[in-house]
Each structure stands twice: as C-alpha cells, then as structure tokens.
Design a protein around this ligand. Structure first.
Ligand code: UDP
Ligand code: MG
Length: 321
C-alpha cells in the first residue's frame, strides 16, 4: 500500500449524468472491490445542472472511498479529467466515462497489464455500439486526420478510458497547457504503453454531452495542440497560387503585345476574386485558431475552479492546480 493509503484512483468526469451515475457508482464499486487493494472513486462534477453532485454526496456519506470535486461551472471534459489527476493519490490512475460506455470490468485487465510493468494501458474500441452513424463516421475520420497531421503517435480509436501509472500522472500534471487534449499528451509523454481491447457499449441512460459544437472544439484542440500543418497549408497554397498566377501573367502580357485578343473575362475575374477571398478568409481563420490558443495560454488563469472537494484524505486545499 502506498503512504497515501490508496493504491488505485478512478476518475469519473460527469456532466448532467444523474440518470446513470448511481449505476456507474455501483458497477465501479463492485469491480474495484474485487481488485483487492484500497482505492478511491473520484467523481468530478463538471458544472452539472442536475442532481449528479448531490447523488455523489449521498454515496460518499456511506462509502469512504467516494470523493467529489465540484467545479464552479462547466469547464469541459478534458479539464475535468485533469482536475481528477491533480487530486488522485493512487499509484495507478484510471479515467473512465460516467455513462458506462466504457465497461468498468475492463479496469481489471488494465490493472493486470500495469502489474506486468506497463505504464500506460489504453482501451482500444473494437466496436462502437448504439452511436449514430454521424458520430461513428466523424470519429473515424477525426482519428485518421489527426494521425496524418501529427508526428505524435496517437493510437487510433482510443478515448480517454485508460490506466496511467503515477509517474505518467505526475508528468502530465507538470504540463501546464490550457487547451488540453489529454489522450494526445499521454502519447506525447511516452513510457511503456499498451492496449486492451473492448467493445464500446451504448450509453446506459441520458444522451451525449458532446454536441457538435463541443466535438468541433475538441477536434481543433487535438489538431492545433499537436500540429502546425494547418498553418503550413497557407504557405503551400500561397506558393502554388503565386507560381500559377505568374505563368498566367506571362500569357496575358504575351496576348497584349502580340495578339489582337479583345478584353473579355469579367466572369473569370469575379470568380477568381471570390475564390481567393474565400481562401484567404479560411486561412486567416486557421491562424486565428492558433492565436486564440496562444492568448489562452498567456492569460495564465487557473485551469478550473473548485467549489468543494470532498472525501479526500489528509489536508484539503493543498492541491496545486
Ligand atoms: N463530460 C464532462 N463535461 C462536458 C461534457 C462531457 O465532464 O462538458 C463527461 C460526460 O459526463 C461523460 C464523458 O465526459 O462522462 C464523455 O461524455 P459523453 O459520454 O457525453 O461523450 P460521448 O461518449 O458521446 O463522446
Ligand atoms: Mg459517452
């Protein structure tokens, strides 16, 4: 047992999960009880507007292994995970979704791999059940796009369901970036990594807390945190277009000097104008995505604000964010 009295920490980010959280708690408890070592279940309430936090408080009244980190508002899934890691005291730390899409029983397989000496054990989704075709297609495309754009080897089709060793958790905590794409950061950190395969279940109850808007900003965080390629597109396009335009210019000069061609091509000019303005605006937007993120980093605000941290062993409020 480690000096904190806890060997395993399980982090559960939750946003409006009142319909499912009791089942999640019971199943997690059942699984972790069989793991045979002291553990803690850290529920991070990411500004839920429903009774999620109250439910956790009531579980905590009867179960000393339950902890709650209650955010002052919704900060987002990736930040909730990061907060859980700041508070986790175990030697092995597991992150799992609250909606039972990731089966808690897989944690035992992850622990077995960890005992073999792996420092990161990620869950690899063999299948996704009960998700919309749109979600499946966008997820498939996203992970492949990300792989093609980055030099970091982010494994395909993995979410945040994974076990990390204390060492990895400490390194992760030392990375202070605000736009956090946790699964990418873990790949970037390295260490001995392996996977266990599982079938992603349907959401137990409730609906997805990742509407299109959150999905897009999540995808942009992933890409911009690990790749400059979108910025490079501007230079490549610029060069290609300049060469093209220069060749066209030669043709126009030639026509003007040596032929009798009359001035036509109003449509061409309008079309080209619209096209280039469009391209320029898109590229400005791309640059804006990066500048916005630089701005976020430079403000140096805390990653999250905690209203209440409950159930933790030892002194409270000693955590550095
Ligand atoms: N979540 C969160 N904050 C948010 C959105 C989601 O903590 O702003 C949690 C949510 O409660 C769940 C996990 O992140 O435990 C994954 O969300 P969800 O299951 O809705 O995403 P999906 O599985 O549909 O991608
Ligand atoms: Mg889900």
């Amino acid at each position: 047992m480690n000096p904190n009295g806890v060997d395993y920490s399980v982090i559960v980010p939750m946003y409006n999960e009142e319909e499912v959280i009791e089942h999640t708690y019971k199943r997690l408890k059942a699984v972790m009880d069989t793991a045979g070592r002291p553990y803690e279940l850290i529920f991070v309430n990411d500004g839920s507007k429903d009774r999620s936090a109250e439910l956790i408080r009531s579980f905590g009244d009867n179960d000393p292994n339950v902890r709650l980190i209650d955010f002052s508002r919704n900060f987002g899934h990736q930040i909730a995970i990061s907060a859980g890691m700041d508070y986790a005291q175990g030697d092995a730390i597991v992150v799992i979704d609250a909606d039972l899409q990731d089966p808690p029983e897989v944690i035992l397989q992850m622990i077995a791999k960890w005992k073999e000496g792996y420092e990161v054990v990620y869950g690899r989704r063999l299948k996704r059940k009960g998700e919309t075709v749109f979600k499946k297609v966008t997820a498939l495309a996203f992970y492949r796009l990300l792989k093609s754009m980055t030099n970091v080897d982010i494994p395909l089709d993995t979410g945040d369901f994974r076990l990390i060793d204390r060492k990895v958790c400490d390194v992760l905590r030392s990375l202070k970036e605000k736009n956090r794409f946790v699964r990418g950061l873990i790949s970037w950190i390295g260490f001995r990594q392996t996977s266990v395969e599982y079938v992603r279940e349907e959401r137990f109850a409730g609906e997805t807390k990742y509407p299109l808007k959150k999905m897009i900003s999540f995808a942009l965080d992933g890409i911009t945190s690990f790749s400059y390629k979108p910025l490079k597109i501007a230079s490549y396009l610029g060069f290609t277009l300049s060469i093209g335009s220069f060749l066209y210019l030669l043709i126009v000069i030639f026509q003007r000097l040596f032929t009798e061609t009359t001035v036509t091509g109003w449509t061409t000019i309008v079309a080209l104008n619209l096209l280039f303005n469009g391209i320029i605006l898109i590229l400005l937007g791309v640059i804006g995505e990066y500048i916005g993120r630089i701005y976020d980093e430079s403000k140096n605000r805390p990653l999250y604000i905690v209203r209440e941290a409950r159930g933790f062993l030892g002194e409270e409020g000693e955590h550095e964010q």
